[in-house]
Design a protein around this ligand. Sequence first.
Ligand SMILES: [Zn+2]
Length: 156
Amino acid sequence: MKAFIFNIVAIFFLVSCSQGQQIDSTSMEVVKSDKEWKTLLSPQEYYVLRQKGTERAFTGKYNKFYKEGTYVCRGCQNPLFKSETKYDSGSGWPSYYTCIEGNVEEIQDNSHGMNRVEVVCNRCKGHLGHVFTDGPQPTGLRYCINSVSLSFEGKE
Ligand SMILES: [Zn+2]
């Protein structure tokens, strides 16, 4: 009888543990309908973040912008890039040699007849840009990011 009660308690404990984990992972991820995104974002932000569009080169707010701070996702405020990793690649888009680890997801992208690696926000899956391997040291990477996908938080 003792063992039976112990089993019941153990099962109850396991079930409540796994439920707790599920709640954690869903509260981390930001999931909204297209309709909700349309009310939250400007038409250009919606086009880039939700439809994988690209802003025109040399037109973005953060292309030539070098203040100290953190670039966060325009869709969900997830911190994505730090100002000290930003550099002028001459491409016309904000460029960083690394991202804030764990907050950016990389996805193979074979659209438009090219083999590229797309980068998205790992919390709301918003499209940010692409990562290329022609960047500066220490990583050799170039995160080529649309300004409209970002907001800036820092010393103004
Ligand atoms: Zn996001």
